[in-house]
Ligand binder design. Structure first.
Ligand SMILES: [Zn+2]
Length: 74
């Protein structure tokens, strides 16, 4: 399970994957290293798949990457 982390379509900063559900010890380690963001146990219909590491921490959805012409502005 290694999704390639995209660049933020809004500002170009690298994105970190958001991991939902109860994190495993390995996930905690990855979060400590800044590789992933813990999204918590709440899972909704509109959770972003990535958060960018830029100062505005844009929420990035798969749709944002698929259709860059119709970006969902946070
Ligand atoms: Zn961004």
């Amino acid at each position: 399970m290694s999704k390639k982390n995209p660049s933020c379509p809004f500002c170009g900063a690298p994105c970190r994957e958001v991991v939902f559900g109860f994190p495993t010890p390995e996930t905690f380690k990855r979060a400590e290293r800044g590789e992933v963001v813990l999204g918590g146990c709440l899972i909704g219909d509109d959770e972003p798949e990535w958060l960018c590491t830029g100062p505005e921490e844009h929420a990035v959805y798969a749709d944002n990457l698929k259709s860059p012409d119709t970006l969902i502005v946070p």
